[in-house]
Design a protein around this ligand. Sequence first.
Ligand code: C2E
Ligand code: MG
Ligand code: MG
Ligand code: MG
Length: 278
Amino acid sequence: VAKGEGRNRFSFFTPALQEAALTRVRLANDLRTALVDNQFRVLYQPIIELATGSIHKAEALIRWQHPKRGLVSPAAFIPIAESSGMIVDIGEWVFQQAAAQVQKWRQTLHPEFQISVNRSPVQFRHDDSGQASWGMQMHALGLPGEALVVEITEGLLLDTNAIVGEQLLALGDAGIKVSLDDFGTGYSSLAYLQKFDIDYIKIDQSFVRHLIPESTDLALCKAIIVMAHALGMQVIAEGVETEQQRSLLAAAGCDYGQGYLFARPISASEFETLVKMS
Ligand code: C2E
Ligand code: MG
Ligand code: MG
Ligand code: MG
């Protein structure tokens, strides 16, 4: 009977599902050597100050150049890296790239340049007693904490694991800034915005995509901006693709914008050219 049941269950998997599961297993396997084989790159997407057009912030975004599959998007491999725990080492590598980059750009582009790095909840839950903290590594490079912004998602704030709260506090103590990514898509209560020390709110792309005058999305963006400012935070709008979106957000008092209208994620040298031309 058990055997029969097993067969029946197996038959629920369509060939397409089997293929997808296989791809995940293969990617997980390939991920294990990707770091030592130098297959990752970090791209930088500018974050523009809307009132002035100044560029003194960027988000670091990882890319995986797979030897056979070509470019694999983070949406495809970050979840795999998270479930296998490899995100800890990968995230550490991204941080080190970003720290070296911001050290350079503070000297060559803007004295207060900031780079933001995405940090997965898995990285927060990981006991990093063996690793030097990001605050200590910044210090060793002679960088002030505020040169780094750590991007977290709303779900992290609901995590009751004590180590998460401790790590958030440690980041704040080191002067490192915290940004709440994809805001509006999770389910964090507004009380959490006060409970934790958050410096920036990033309005999720889904609220920006259909932004037109007198829309509900515009009302939501305005409400987020007013609330964030009242709590002493600054606001970054994600996914700004059109001039109309930019001008509506600027008029609503949004501090920063990020999106294809300004630039896609680009290499460090392309980034330098962009800033020098702007
Ligand atoms: P995210 O942190 O919300 O990053 C913003 C994503 O939106 C990026 O996708 C960026 O390329 C894309 N984007 C920027 N402007 C526009 C626009 O105007 N229109 C549209 N349609 N998209 C835009 P990307 O680089 O594919 O990264 C996807 C997600 O993967 C990130 O979302 C982040 O959650 C994760 N991720 C990327 N790099 C890292 C990393 O180093 N560590 C961790 N833990 N996660 C990462
Ligand atoms: Mg982000
Ligand atoms: Mg702080
Ligand atoms: Mg986002």
